[in-house]
Design a protein around this ligand. Sequence first.
Ligand code: GDP
Ligand code: ZN
Length: 372
Amino acid sequence: MSDLDILKEWGWDSHFSSQWEKSQVDRAVIPGRVVRQDRGLYKVIISQGEEFATISCSLEGKYLAQCQNTGSFPGVGDWVVIARVEEEKGLICGLLDRKTVIKRHNPGREAVSQVMAANIDTVFIVMALDGGRNFLLPLLERCIVAGYESGANPVILLNKADLTADEILEEARIQAENVSFGLEVYPISAKTGFGLDQVAEYLVPGTTSCFLGKSGVGKTALLNALGRKDGLSDLGREGAVSSREYKGRHTTVSRELFRLPGGGMVIDLPGLKELGLWGEDSSLEETYPEIAELSASCRFRDCTHKGEPGCAVLEALSSGALDARRYESYLELQRELAYMARRADLRARQEEARKWKQINKEMRHFSKEKRI
Ligand code: GDP
Ligand code: ZN
């Protein structure tokens, strides 16, 4: 077994080893996987004989300039080329081709793309069945697209199944399947453990996953439940990675890759807003500031910019001052938001109706009991 073979536990496979063998290295370098990033500082796992070691790395000057030029830096999950300088420090001087990558979705700013997670095998898309706001089909569609774009395998999890009546769960599952074209959809519960065996099957040693979903859908609970499943609750037992709570990490800019007790790896993703996928209060103005600015000059204050007279947005569009693609995607988001609002409204009304039905039932039951 070569020294590099033990890196298989961290996801090293033929995709990387063949690149490594082919690369004509003219100096002593070693490969390593980025497990944490704090701005320009990288924590990297390397092989050291029979064991792993974690070293701190920064980007070597020449490589840094190259990254700045292309606007593309290594991110968590990347396999990098390291020129070892001393015992616990190194310089990153190259990158091995990624298998997959999740980038920040930056509408209108394609030039800037930030790597959020690299070399992921499975993207778990998590929705929750605890009321309309955590089960959103347009959001699900977006996450599926982002999942496909990354190159990884998207899998859909409908969490909090314990909170939902069977027929509603079934309805949600069918709706999710209808927009996901053959992807796996699993109803689960992080609370009761229902369905987690199926999730665990994806988290085999050497594979890397990430969880994509709004805050509150149960990503932390899910990770804790999966960590417990294998009889170990300390997610950070590898020592190389922090054992801080998954949740706490979202407050910092750093990203992290950690191993679950069963050997599967998870990359901690930032929130949907940071990913550019969904603002919790996703607003048109925020996403399209140039259109918001133009609309101040529209004749009507509630102009929808779809044909009203005196519309400054349409004027800018015909003069070429406004990019047609931006305008199209603005309309698309506008439709999506309207759809969401209608849907949330419908759900709220259904919920209300259900509640009253239940109350009526109980009252009938109550009066029946009284009569006896
Ligand atoms: P995150 O923001 O996605 O990490 O969500 P959390 O893991 O913090 O969960 C949000 C809330 O939902 C917490 O109060 C959890 O206890 C609760 N929760 C998570 N999963 C489940 C579940 O399967 N069933 C129920 N009933 N509650 C859950
Ligand atoms: Zn207008």
